[in-house]
Design a protein around this ligand. Sequence first.
Ligand SMILES: Cc1cc2nc3c(=O)[nH]c(=O)nc-3n(C[C@H](O)[C@H](O)[C@H](O)COP(=O)(O)OP(=O)(O)OC[C@H]3O[C@@H](n4cnc5c(N)ncnc54)[C@H](O)[C@@H]3O)c2cc1C
Length: 453
Amino acid sequence: MKRRQFIGLFGASALGLVLPELALGEDRRRSSGSTTTTTTASSSLVPTDTGSVGSVVIVGGGMAGATAAKFLRLWGGSNVQVTLVDQNATYSSNIMSNLVLNGSTTMSQLTYNYNTLTSAYGVKFVQGSVVGVVPPVGSTAGSVRLADGRVLFGTKIILAPGIEFDDVPGLTPALQENYVPHAWRAGAQTTKLASQIRNMRAGGTFIMTIPASPYRCPPGPYERACVVADYLKRNKPGSRVIVLDANPFIQAERTNFERAFNVTHAGVIDYRPGQSLTGVTVSITGGKHAVTTSSGTEYADVLNVIPSHRAGKIITDNPVLANVGGRWAGVDVRSYESTSVPNVYVIGDSASSGQPKAGHIANQEAKLCADAIARALRGDLTPNPAPKTNSACYSPITADTASWLTVVYGYDAVNKKMVAVPGAGPIEAAAATQDNFNDMKKWFATLMSDSFA
Ligand SMILES: Cc1cc2nc3c(=O)[nH]c(=O)nc-3n(C[C@H](O)[C@H](O)[C@H](O)COP(=O)(O)OP(=O)(O)OC[C@H]3O[C@@H](n4cnc5c(N)ncnc54)[C@H](O)[C@@H]3O)c2cc1C
């Protein structure tokens, strides 16, 4: 199968990949977090000579960056040196993190390392925080600068830093960490929010706010409302979930979530669209937090304010790169090269690609980008004329049922953007079922393997 055809398909199983056994010695060293740089020889998975020659530095080892690193080695071969930089030694998956809130899983079960990328694919991993980018010009390498002063060079640079959050009036970072966690970048805040929900009184009020689109994972906040409502019904009788949505209507999987709000969780979820957040007053003495929107003030025992998003700081620090409203990076969706800075590519949530900000799409964008760079590094500068991507998303509605949503996107050459292919979505599951819940687990395991193993 030609690479361009199989980019549009999804998953390790679809790719026919045999996942390599982990090198256990290497695993133990990496998971200690003590090693900050790892370089390994290529394995037989990486072809020796594809004709591609060059070096690529990737900033951000999340869903987009990890996938790009792996597929650049698979498709570029051993003469393409790939360096993956992340500020953290391991990656915490946002996907499935709403299930930490009802105790179904833990953050440690959602943690991934870079061992297989280094041991099986010969990716070099560097732990560090990138603070500056100098774009490559022609055959002159560009560079990224780390906070500790190290500089890494590449003939191509990929930026995949995910998102940053806007300020919320009344909330400092410390108040968010300790009292009003957004838990929209999975990690300590997710665990914090789970413990607040676990300790909430019966008959209490959980309030969450949803930012205006675009935000990461369009169905994610509605999924969270359902998971929390389901937990509270079973464990904290008489409690309520109030959803204050800045958007005029449910942003994804509308039929399924309307049914979930009005039938499955009727009397528990109170969904209010068109609510612009104006401020928060945090109670640090254990009283109720106040949240004010365009419609008035509500009081919460547990408050979950999801701030509005923008691209990662390394992009918004550079107004030329952040050429979509100063907030997102414009890209050529055939290659993900920046529309304003040649040889710099932006993938994942930071890119303005016309597709949802989602991990599944980040994986697809990464493959298209890897393919474009591997070809450019062997002199083939012709962009893929008809890229296709697929977005798939499962949403837990209760502790053991889920719904799903899928869309196939294709390239609209006239308007130069990705658009939903007629007849191929958005398509929603007919109902939330246990079968879907089981399929969700398989989908998640396949996606994470495809990106990290
Ligand atoms: C609750 C929740 C549920 C979700 N559920 C789904 C789902 O079911 N399906 C789905 O497809 N998507 C889902 N998503 C969305 C998905 O998680 C994101 O769209 C996806 O992670 C984006 O990938 P990314 O690589 O762009 O960013 P990320 O995965 O966030 O990775 C960015 C990486 O860059 C690193 N980084 C940032 N800046 C720097 C820097 N300066 N230097 C070094 N490293 C840096 C970070 O440490 C991070 O590892 C969900 C999100 C949330 C919050």
